[in-house]
Write a protein that binds this ligand. Sequence first.
Ligand SMILES: Nc1ncnc2c1ncn2[C@@H]1O[C@H](COP(=O)(O)OP(=O)(O)OP(=O)(O)O)[C@@H](O)[C@H]1O
Ligand SMILES: [Mg+2]
Length: 308
Amino acid sequence: MTAPVLQVSGLRVHYRTEGGDVIAVNGVDFDVAPGETLGLVGESGSGKSTVAMAILRLTTPPGRIVDGSIKLAGEDIASLSEEQLRRRRWTEISLIPQGSMNSLNPVMRVRDQLRDAIETHEGKQSTRVLKPRILQLLETVKLPAKVYDLFPHELSGGMKQRVCIAMSIALSPSVIIADEPTSALDVVVQRTVAQTLLEVKSRLNSSMILIGHDMALQAQLVDRLAVMFAGNIVEIGPVRELFRNPHHPYTRHLIASIPSIRERKPLVISGLQSPDLRIPRPTPVMAEISPGHFAAVVDDHEEAVAHG
Ligand SMILES: Nc1ncnc2c1ncn2[C@@H]1O[C@H](COP(=O)(O)OP(=O)(O)OP(=O)(O)O)[C@@H](O)[C@H]1O
Ligand SMILES: [Mg+2]
């Protein structure tokens, strides 16, 4: 077995609120192998973005990382200085933040935003050197060269998202975390943008964590899938195995919720109730269902709620 590029273990993240600490991430463990695409799904508020931010140590108050370790290529990022960490972001691990396509700087042309991203890490460079490199990046994400001179408001949603992808790969990271990169786009554009993201990832030979809540899209794109529920991973495994043999009630619920046009299956509304995240809860005990497929051991109460 090859060594993982990213190892997350025992990760806990809290948000301090007036009503007490919100336990947003309640002890999460997973690895990402070289070249692998890991999907991270779960309903809104389950802690997906909180995990993503914590991996890059970008958690800011009222959030704080309470416990856990994150290893990038075997190196514990907690041991790095802020400066060392800053250098690893984008060059070794990059994040396409949730909603990033709507936070591109409106008064900066695409070329200048990409230039900034590169120069922040590599220092000032001449246009003669940078222009071909930026044009190459645009081509990689399947944008026409004219985008080089345009402003974000002159681009469609899909094109803006492609610019964000270009920024995230500008320094050839070995791990890309894409937080709901296509959720804001319409269905057809979603697929083409997601496809480009995967192609780019393969071309760079990097690994990816793809965060989303569209199970159908995930099914087509990822190698392994992790299902989050109320701050915990409740099931993780090879994507086909997980779909064929879902074990946890919440995973079953998510799969049952995929609207099937062919079968005209009704959307299943009932599912597990999300608990109050301020109440401390045990980290699930995981059982190995089949090789590489783990699911949280569910107690009778949860099982009853899921089927009730
Ligand atoms: N700044 C904050 N202060 C207090 N609670 C927060 C804060 N940010 C997030 N949370 C809480 O932490 C939990 C996890 O949030 P997070 O944004 O990680 O979820 P998510 O899975 O990414 O959801 P979505 O699918 O909507 O993006 C939620 O219950 C949320 O309300
Ligand atoms: Mg999120």
